[in-house]
Design a protein around this ligand. Structure first.
Ligand code: TXE
Length: 479
């Protein structure tokens, strides 16, 4: 059985206490490797390595750091096939999705921040006749990056790239459910010439390794992506320590469809925004609101397309959906289908486990569409994070805005209409950090990324990320 290792101080190493976790392959439901279940002793080793490396890394010129991050980006690109297979095997997503989305985006994340840091400048404020202010934006020091299992390397790199570019040393922990691509990254960083101790990658459960990172007094900022409940726990722990916190949490995103939309384009995009990555993207539009005049037409067309969606082994080139990430998560999603029925919903299609021949123990679910629920029932208020959407008709803008804004979340929203005035009006009123009009998941890495309310605190992307990973210092000089 392959045993993964932590990557600390530029070398792979076993966990100090010798504890390991089983790592499952969702497509077959079998254990295929083991990972360190790291403890505070491992975090301490990583912090010591990061402390030693910080002067070297932070005093490097931006262009030197940039060059190393470009090489890191190119290193992943050169190993595309290895990373794609590893990601798909670890997460259960179709190989095609890992190949077209996950790993190319990880390559882009490193390349984007390798170039952004070159242009990252700070301000100066002139006080006529008195003096001049200049702002220094210096690296924080040692930062912690903790990421989830749904887009493993994509979100892992989305955090560590700006942290490294800004000159920080990083203690990073991927999800214990999908550790493999982060594990591979260690050697790529080494080969890219990253000094030992700059990037430290630890594996293990959030309650042990994750908690130890959050609690360590020398780790001055935490960038976290994951569940809202976990984010709340981390905030309670880190707040009294006055750590900088970036929290990217859950979502329950509305997909609002007006009768005047481009129906064909809306339908094909809505299939993606509903079920991409088995619905395990916090940006998925899981609550679909359809203006009444086209509700029946939408329902008939959408359900027909969902019915013909191929759920198969991730290696199958026809697979639109692979396996969901774990058995507990599969059971959680199925429990929400049962809840929906109890709340009065009608399952129009899906709602059950799929048996894929030869992989009977894999975690496969049919994409599911449910109608007839009230907008404020639990199924429509709580995050399911699986291939399950609800559809609900509406009559007026006011009504759909009220329903869309009724959850505790505020991450993203999608809006389909040909009426430009209505589009701007709605975008302005929706409680979300991101609004896609006549599109979904179009991403410009320069834009502020994140949500409001229970979807998180702070923003990632572009200058937002570089500002998070630096401390601003205002210096005034008298003439
Ligand atoms: O989250 P968890 P998961 C959300 C998504 C879903 C959840 C799925 O909505 O609810 O994340 O990811 C570590 N101290 N988003 O189940 O359990 C854990 O080991 C420190 C939203 O993985 O919160 C893992 O590495 N760390 C997001 C990471 O936290 C702890 C996009 C996430 O685990 C910890 C993706 C603790 N006490 C998923 N407990 C967005 N908004 O972009 C756990 N961890």
């Amino acid at each position: 059985m392959e045993r993964l290792q932590n990557f600390i101080d530029g070398a792979y190493c076993d966990p100090v206490k010798g504890q390991y976790l089983d790592n499952y392959e969702p497509a077959s439901g079998t254990v295929y490797s083991q990972i360190p279940n790291s403890t505070e002793e491992d975090v301490e080793l990583a912090v010591k390595a990061a402390e030693k490396a910080f002067p070297i890394w932070s005093e490097m010129s931006k262009s030197e750091r940039s060059a190393i991050l470009v090489k890191l980006s190119e290193g992943i690109q050169a190993r595309m096939d290895e990373f794609v297979k590893a990601e798909s095997r670890d997460n259960g997503k179709p190989l095609s999705l890992a190949a077209h989305v996950d790993i190319p985006r990880a390559v882009s994340n490193f390349h984007f921040f390798a170039t952004a840091i070159i242009h990252y400048a700070s301000e100066s404020h002139q006080m006529e006749g008195v003096g001049v202010n200049y702002t220094l934006r210096k690296p924080i020091g040692i930062v912690g990056c903790i990421s989830p299992w749904n887009l493993p390397l994509y979100l892992f790199s989305w955090k560590i790239a700006p942290a490294l570019a800004a000159g920080n040393c990083v203690i990073a922990k991927p999800s214990e459910i999908t550790p493999y691509t982060a594990y591979l990254l260690g050697k790529v960083a080494k080969e890219a010439g990253m000094p030992d101790g700059v990037l430290n990658i630890l594996h293990g459960e959030g309650r042990y390794a994750g908690d130890a990172i959050v609690k360590h007094t020398k780790i001055k900022a935490i960038s976290f992506t994951g569940g809202t409940a976990t984010g709340e726990y981390i905030a309670r722990t880190a707040a009294p320590m006055f750590k900088k916190l970036s929290l990217e949490l859950g979502g329950k995103n509305p997909n609002i469809i007006f009768a005047d939309c481009d129906f064909k384009e809306m339908l094909s995009t809505t299939l993606r925004s509903s079920f991409a990555n088995q619905g395990q993207i916090c940006l998925c539009g899981s609550r679909i609101f359809v203006e009444r005049p086209i509700y029946d037409k939408f329902k008939e067309e959408f359900v027909k397309r969902v019915d013909s969606t191929v759920v198969a082994h991730p290696d199958n080139p026809d697979a639109k959906l692979g396996a969901v990430v774990s058995k507990p998560h599969m059971e959680k999603v199925l429990s929400y289908v049962e809840l929906a029925k109890e709340e009065g919903g009608t399952v129009l299609t899906g709602g059950e486990r799929v048996t894929v021949e030869g992989y009977e123990n894999g975690y496969y679910l049919r994409p599911t569409v449910i109608e007839g629920l009230s907008f404020d029932c639990r199924t429509n208020q709580e995050e399911i994070f699986g291939p399950v959407v609800t559809i609900t008709p509406f009559d007026t803008e006011e009504e759909v805005l009220m329903m869309a804004n009724s959850t505790k979340y505020g991450l993203s929203a999608t809006l389909w209409t040909s009426d430009l005035k209505r589009a701007h009006r709605m975008a302005n009123e929706l409680h979300s950090g991101i609004v896609w009009i006549n599109s979904w998941l179009v991403r410009d890495l320069r834009t502020p990324f994140g949500g409001m309310k229970a979807s998180g605190v702070g923003r990632e992307g572009g200058w937002e990320a570089l500002r998070f990973f630096t401390e601003a210092k205002n210096v005034f000089v008298k003439y």
